[in-house]
Design a protein around this ligand. Structure first.
Ligand code: PEP
Ligand code: MN
Length: 339
């Protein structure tokens, strides 16, 4: 259940409602929007019994949330989208921020070079895997902590925010010392211990869609993070497995407007993993912006033929990335956004 307060509700009104909720052993989550403050009631609302929340001072209405994901549901924020500020960049607002970089961090020189190039082209974040979730155990698994330090150097050089993946609950603290946003990869969308652990962290989380997950399962995974108290979840559509084998995955752009209908959380799109083929990435990035993506995640490599993961084939050359960033501008404007 959520309680929507009146636009002129005072802090004392809100505190009184929270106190009432907590007095019966329920949890209250307060989220402050531009128009209303919304108080989410977590737990069995029958515990409220006959307590007349609706007649309390400052309360406009109460609403039951029927979706299985509660905190992630659109109603939870009274129809206001969540905007998350990371390293000075807004995600979920009018601007469409771009996260770009190689699949994996391979050396200081590599990550600093790419960071400079993508920054020049207009990216706001440098990405790169330090801990890589590889399908086979003999493939390059990432340089771990050493790579985190290399990302830090790229940030120091460029000011770009860092996005990197965390794979296990016990590495959340270490990765959190370096990254501005955690990435949870497709293979870990249902790693519930990891979801809970990043839910207890104080950093935003990019939650990639499981490659076989329905949108509802994905939003329930987000709910795990939110329910631990971390409100800053960004969903990332990165393609799903279908019967189609021409492309690495099928980029499900339906997910963008569906998520906007169902949830207040921002959704970014990753056309690199969504297609797996460099020649398709630019077109699908344009389509992502047209569909309403709140951000983009793109693999860019200055020497993709020598990339240490198999993802060189889907990585854009820096010049392609630069051109793409320009070509996206009028598309963003056409859908009321900016890039
Ligand atoms: C990645 O971003 O490099 C990655 C491994 O992504 P995904 O989890 O979507 O496969
Ligand atoms: Mn990759």
């Amino acid at each position: 259940m959520v309680i929507v307060t009146k636009t002129d509700a005072t802090q004392a009104d809100i505190d009184a409602v929270v106190k009432r909720i907590e007095s019966v052993g329920l949890q209250a989550q307060v989220s402050t929007g531009e128009r209303h403050t919304v108080i989410g009631v977590i737990g069995d609302k029958t515990l409220l019994g006959d307590i007349p929340i609706e007649s309390m001072s400052g309360v406009e209405r109460t609403m039951a949330i029927t979706a299985p994901f509660k905190l992630a549901s659109r109603e939870f924020r009274g129809d206001e989208p969540t905007v998350i500020v990371v390293n000075g960049t807004k995600i979920g607002g009018r601007q469409i921020p771009v996260i770009a970089g190689p699949c994996a961090v391979e050396s200081t020189e590599q990550i600093v070079t790419i960071a400079r190039l993508v920054q020049k082209a207009g990216a706001s974040f440098i990405r790169g895997g330090a801990f890589k979730p590889r399908t086979g155990p003999y493939s390059f698994q990432g340089y771990g902590k050493k790579a985190l330090k290399m990302l830090q150097e790229a940030k120091d050089e460029t000011g770009l925010g860092i996005v990197t993946e965390v794979m296990t609950p016990h590495e959340v603290e270490l990765v959190g010392e370096y990254t501005d946003m955690f990435q949870l990869g497709t293979r870990n969308m249902t790693n519930f211990y990891l979801l809970r652990e990043v839910g207890r962290a104080q950093k935003p989380v990019i939650l990639k869609r499981g490659m076989s997950a329905t949108i509802e399962e994905w939003l329930l995974a987000a709910e795990y993070i939110l329910s631990e108290g971390n409100p800053d979840v960004i969903l990332c559509e990165r393609g799903i497995r279908t019967f189609e084998t021409h492309t690495r995955n099928t980029l499900d752009l339906n997910a963008v407007p569906v998520v906007h209908e169902l949830s207040h959380l921002p959704i970014v799109v990753d056309p690199s993993h969504g297609t797996g083929i460099r020649s398709l990435v630019c077109d699908m990035t344009k389509a992502s912006v047209a569909a309403g993506a709140d951000g983009l995640l793109l693999e860019v490599h200055h020497d993709p033929d020598h990339s240490m993961t198999g993802d060189g084939a889907q990585s854009l050359f820096p010049e392609q990335f630069e051109t793409l960033m320009q070509e996206l501008k009028p598309i963003a404007v056409a859908v009321g956004r900016e890039i």
